[in-house]
Design a binder for this molecule. Structure first.
Ligand code: HEC
Length: 146
């Protein structure tokens, strides 16, 4: 009984935190929702207990710094996008990047092909590997939540 109470509490907390229980937030378009569904089913192959993506995890991922093996500098998603997704960012050559948060830039996370293209490029630049489906799902959930 007590365990069930805890579980329900956890679910309520997820709702309150704005985390969606489906694969992606409701305001994603159909194409993006099917991308999020794909990320979730791929992530669940590795982690069957995973129920939903987490904005909190997405935030940690966005701000995590990592030493690049050859550039010998710390890199992060926030290096270009800044640590506040509501703010515009800057590329290393000084070109302005529109804010990443969907609330600040309605074009964000509307085009699955664009999203995949930039994940590929930016994950390689920061992490020297592809991002996992779980990292991508958490990241998008975070960007839809602020
Ligand atoms: C070297 C600078 C740089 C870094 C670091 C960076 N990005 Fe980006 N990102 C860009 C640029 C430039 C664009 C494309 C320009 C635009 O859409 O305004 C972009 C766009 C994106 C998009 C497209 C979103 C959309 O729907 O428009 C995603 C997704 C993204 N970045 C994810 C990430 C993630 C995840 C990381 C960290 C692993 C990251 N970025 C780190 C520069 C960067």
């Amino acid at each position: 009984m007590q365990k069930k109470g805890l579980m329900l509490g956890g679910l309520a907390a997820l709702f309150i935190a704005g985390g969606a229980l489906a694969a992606g937030p409701a305001d994603l378009n159909a194409g993006m929702r099917s991308l999020m569904d794909r990320y979730l089913s791929e992530a669940q192959k590795k982690e069957p207990s995973l129920k939903a993506f987490s904005a909190e995890e997405g935030k940690k991922f966005f701000n995590a710094k990592r030493m690049h093996s050859t550039a010998k500098e710390e890199r992060s998603c926030s290096t270009c996008h800044t640590s506040n997704p509501l703010n515009p960012g800057k590329t290393p050559v000084g070109k302005t990047i529109e804010p990443m948060a969907h609330s600040a830039n309605k074009d964000r996370f509307t085009d699955p092909q664009k999203v995949e293209k930039w994940f590929k490029r930016n994950c390689a630049w920061v992490l020297e590997r592809e991002c996992t489906p779980e990292e991508k799902g958490d990241f998008i959930t975070y960007m839809m939540s602020n």
